[in-house]
Write a protein that binds this ligand. Structure first.
Ligand code: NDP
Length: 453
């Protein structure tokens, strides 16, 4: 590590104590940027890196609401407006009890580079709340969303900041949030993405992150003359990203043998085919049940509950060719990464944000795994959000085929940017450097052009 990166990291840690996920995300990017800073003293002079790690604005607010028993509940709401050099802030909202300032700052930081990679004009942001939608009635979720938006509405807008979904925020929540924004502003605008199809949403938006992650994996495999046909795949999570990852892998001839939620995972050696996937979608999106029920419905599958005493996740310890972590951050540690390598996995495409620890990443890189980091591999979601914004501005909607074709092309372009950037900076095949450098350059140049703001 260079002296510059070391001292900047010390600074970031001192200024942002108790935010380990934010430190991790910054560290990973800075180690790649060392290569760039050597070649570009102008970035050092303008303190681009020192500025890029500091959010442009952080909003924190109280979210009071009343539950079905008439009890008053109080949650905390956040919006991190990280960087607007290349467009309005853009990034999802996460509703999960683990949400805190550090987690949202890591997500907002990653989002800056990811959005830049899509080639669309979007800055980076992220937000959410420590509200737990699990076990809440629709009416409770609605009252929470209305209270959340009663503050957020004054900070966002179609040309300022355009939130979307993330963990715990899907079509239902976006609907309630949009309804409240529209009422408060008396405006029907594209202020959120992931909207319903009948009121401004884009076809393929629900599918985009999962499909995009699989398209990215296909591009990586193609560099070694391989395809997904006949490949056995491990997928974690069972939410939006995981579901459409499974759908696309199946379409391309692969076989998915695992899915999970925060209580445990299922292993189905026969594969999760379209019919079983339809069951999972109904289970998770309509009944909001647990993945355990999959093994009750399909007795050949084995359910393993989470064991808090294990220092690894057994989901990653099965024979397979490809892995698609699609649940949450730091779900693959060093031990898990080693298990994947030992079990013959050649390709890892991250649907989730920062699912692999630094130790895990190093194991993938040392073993020459085709490793697509989240900010590249899962950029399909925000890319189609960008396409939703374009359609809203044009006041028209594209067909399913048109959007899917644009998504596919964007994922190919992102892959090419990663490959080219990694090569240009002397680390061919290193998608981590490729994504970080490729994403950084456009933002850094825009910041140079726009002066010290
Ligand atoms: P969902 O809420 O639809 O699903 C999340 C899934 O991950 C659920 O199965 C959930 O299980 C599981 N999960 C969540 N937190 C944990 C945890 N702490 N430990 C174990 N499992 C957990 O979210 P998405 O599918 O939208 O998001 C998944 C990942 O993809 C996140 O990292 C998100 O940031 C990333 N992502 C999402 C995009 C999108 O368009 N939605 C875009 C780009 C990235 P349970 O139900 O038990 O909580």
């Amino acid at each position: 590590m260079s002296e510059f990166v070391e001292s900047l990291m010390q600074d970031v840690k001192a200024k942002n104590p108790d935010q380990p996920e934010f430190h991790q995300a910054v560290y990973e990017v800075l180690t790649s940027l060392e290569l760039v800073l050597e070649k570009h003293p102008e970035y050092r002079k303008a303190k681009i890196v020192e500025r890029i790690v500091e959010p442009e604005r952080v909003i924190m607010f109280r979210v009071p609401w009343v539950d079905d028993n008439g009890e008053v509940q109080i949650n905390r709401g956040y919006r991190i407006e990280m960087n607007s050099a290349i467009g309005p802030y853009k990034g999802g909202l996460r509703f999960h009890p683990s949400v805190n300032l550090g987690i949202l700052k890591f997500l907002a930081f990653e989002q800056v580079f990811k959005n830049s990679l899509t080639t669309l004009p979007m800055g980076g942001g992220k937000g959410g709340s420590d509200f737990n939608p699990k076990g809440k009635s629709d009416a409770e979720v609605m009252r929470f969303c209305q209270s959340f938006m009663s503050e957020l509405f004054r900070h966002i807008g179609p040309n300022t900041d355009v939130p979307a979904g993330d963990i715990g925020v899907g079509g239902r929540e976006i609907g309630y949030l949009f309804g409240q924004y529209k009422k408060l502003r008396n405006e029907f605008t594209g202020v959120l993405t992931g909207k319903g199809l009948g009121w401004g949403g884009s076809l393929i938006r629900p599918e985009a992150t999962g499909y995009g992650s699989v398209y990215f994996a296909s591009e990586m495999l193609a560099t070694r003359g391989e395809t997904l046909e006949g490949k056995t795949c491990l997928v974690s999570g069972s939410g939006n990203v995981a579901q459409y990852t499974v759908e696309k892998i199946n379409q391309l001839g692969g076989k998915v043998v695992t899915l999970s939620d925060s209580s445990g995972y299922i292993y189905d050696e026969e594969g999760i085919d379209a019919k079983k996937l339809a069951f999972v979608m109904e289970l998770k999106n309509v009944r909001r049940g647990r993945i355990k029920e999959y093994a009750e419905k399909y007795p050949n599958a084995v359910y393993t509950p989470v064991d808090p005493n294990l220092d690894y996740n057994p989901l990653w310890n099965h024979k397979a060719d490809c892995a698609f972590p699609s649940a949450t951050q730091n779900e693959i540690n060093g031990k898990d990464a080693q298990h994947l390598v030992d079990n013959g996995v050649i390709c890892v495409s991250e649907g989730a944000n920062m699912p692999t620890t630094i130790e895990g990443i190093n194991i993938f890189l040392e073993n020459k795994i085709l490793y697509g980091p989240g900010k590249a591999a899962n950029a399909g979601g925000v890319a189609v959000s960008g396409l939703e914004m374009s359609q809203n501005s044009l006041r028209l909607s594209w067909t399913r085929e048109e959007v899917d074709q644009k998504l596919h092309q964007i994922m190919k372009n992102i892959h090419k940017t990663c490959v080219d950037s990694a090569e240009a900076y002397g680390t061919p095949g290193n998608y981590v450097n490729g994504a970080n450098i490729g994403g950084f350059l456009k933002v850094a140049n825009a910041m140079l052009d726009q002066g010290i703001v």
